[in-house]
Each structure stands twice: as C-alpha cells, then as structure tokens.
Design a protein around this ligand. Structure first.
Ligand SMILES: [Zn+2]
Ligand SMILES: [Zn+2]
Length: 277
C-alpha cells in the first residue's frame, strides 16, 4: 500500500457546510448548500463509494448528504490493529475492510454520527495519533498516520456531530458501549488476576466494562438494551453493580415480546468472533 493512501483526504470542509446551514442564510449561501449537496462532484463521489462496496453495501446517496472526507485509519480490533477505509459524511461514518485500495471494500459498517462521541487517546508505543469512536452499540479506538491527520478527523467528526445535534435539538448520547481491551493486553484475567489464558482457558469480554476476563469471572448475563435484545456477558463486578438495586435502569424493566431471558447461549462464543471488524 502506498503511504499516500493513508492520508485523510478532505473533500469539503465542514466550515463550508456549516456556513450553508445558518438560520439566516443569504440567497448566495442557499445556493452554496445546493451546490455542495446537489453538486455533481458530490454525487459522483458518493456513487464511487457505493460502487466500491458493491451489492453488499447500503445505498448511500440521500438528499442533503455530503461526503466530507475519506482515508485509511488503523482500527484496534480484538486480536490486533487492522487497516480500514473510512468515509466521513455529514451525517454518517462509514467504514469497511480494504479488498483493493480505492476499488473494492467489503464488510460495510454505518455509524449514525448523531450517536457518536469522540475522545482523544494518549500515544502509547506504536499506537499513536488515536482517538475513541464511541456509540451506544459499539465503541472502538482508531489511529491516524500523523498528528495532523488525527486533528483533522477529530475536528471534522466533532463539527458534524455538533451540527446534527443542533439541527435536531437532541442532547448528546450519554451512555456508550465499552471499548474492548485487546486480547493481547491481558495474559491473565483482569478481574480475578489469577486465571491465565491458554487455548483452553479462553478470553472473554465483559460487555459493560470491556475488560478481558476468564469464564468463571463472567458466567453472568445481563440485559444491556443498547447493545443487544438478549442478555449479554458481563463480569462478576459489573453484574453486582448492575443488580445492586441502587438503580434499575428503566430500560431493563421493559419486557420485550419474543426476547425472554434464557441462558441457552451461555457457551455460545460466536458473538465474540468479531473477525469482521
Ligand atoms: Zn477471572
Ligand atoms: Zn465488567
């Protein structure tokens, strides 16, 4: 992969878009937004992104959507950091696996920006220029090639989120899914500090705190409605926190038809095979 492919390519600045969305738009500015959102260049770029994902991807062209920038980021996955192609639109963040750079991507993920919170991550070892992308369903760390690139991504994502919340009048989402600690960072269970991980004694992730824990320390399930309609694996510590009676989040009281508590899938680890990302 050529190094130049790594860089964030800014297409329209968010300031340009913001200028077009003020409440007191001049006729000239109204034209500007039309020019951006309805420009042939923007439509063509979105069509290119769609075609790179092929039939398995979602249609991306909707009225008012603008492709702001694109680039390769390193996404910290459960097993190891992986290169992923990211596309920042004014309302969504799209990413996928790179099959052929600039030609073919798969495993498309679409994140509505309205639910996104970003947080900087301090540099550590080889992992530099990173930040967290946190959403109610899933949170993860990404790393840019340079500090400049990081600040561009963070600035533009931040502005898009701010703009969307302003427009909708909604408050930022308070609760986010835990960022999973990568497997490699724990050779022993992060809760009991005793159980060593081996091919037999496998690693598990608590869905509440993101820690890498052993089976016995995470044999409980709890409903975290933003993450799944079924109860999910949580560690002993989080289970006690969640059930300590001090507060029962309202959402847990809602019984959902067709999704009874059952522990049939206690040993089902497919959920943790997140090889797709
Ligand atoms: Zn343990
Ligand atoms: Zn936990």
């Amino acid at each position: 992969m050529k190094e130049t492919h790594r860089f964030f390519r800014l297409i329209w600045t968010t300031t340009q878009i913001r200028a077009t969305k003020s409440y007191h738009r001049t006729p000239g500015e109204v034209k500007m937004v039309d020019r951006l959102a309805n420009s042939e260049a923007n439509s063509k770029r979105i069509a290119v992104v769609e075609s790179c994902f092929g039939a398995a991807g979602q249609p991306l062209a909707i009225p008012g959507r603008v492709l702001i920038g694109e680039g390769v980021l390193t996404k910290l996955c459960r097993k190891k950091p992986k290169s992923r192609q990211f596309f920042l639109f004014n309302d969504i963040l799209v990413y996928g696996n790179i099959v052929i750079q600039k030609k073919k991507y798969n495993k498309q993920h679409i994140i509505p920006l309205e639910s996104v919170t970003i947080d900087t991550v301090p540099d550590e070892g080889d992992l530099r220029n990173g930040w967290l992308i946190k959403t109610p369903t899933k949170s993860f760390a990404v790393y840019a090639a340079t500090a400049t690139e990081k600040s561009e991504w963070m600035n533009h994502i931040g502005r898009c989120v701010e703009e969307l919340l302003q427009k909708s009048g909604k408050a930022p989402i308070g609760e986010h899914a835990a960022v999973w600690v990568p497997d490699s960072e724990a050779s022993v269970c992060m809760r009991c500090q005793k159980v060593k991980f081996t091919p037999v004694s496998r690693r598990h992730h608590c869905r509440k705190c993101g820690f890498v824990v052993c089976g016995p320390c995470s044999d409980k399930r709890h409903l975290l409605p933003s993450q799944s309609s079924k109860p999910v694996r949580v560690c002993e510590y989080c289970y006690l926190q969640l059930t300590s009676g001090n507060h029962t989040p309202r959402s847990e009281c809602i019984s959902r038809p067709g999704s009874k508590f059952n522990n049939d899938n206690l040993t089902d680890e497919e959920e943790e095979d997140d090889s797709s990302d």
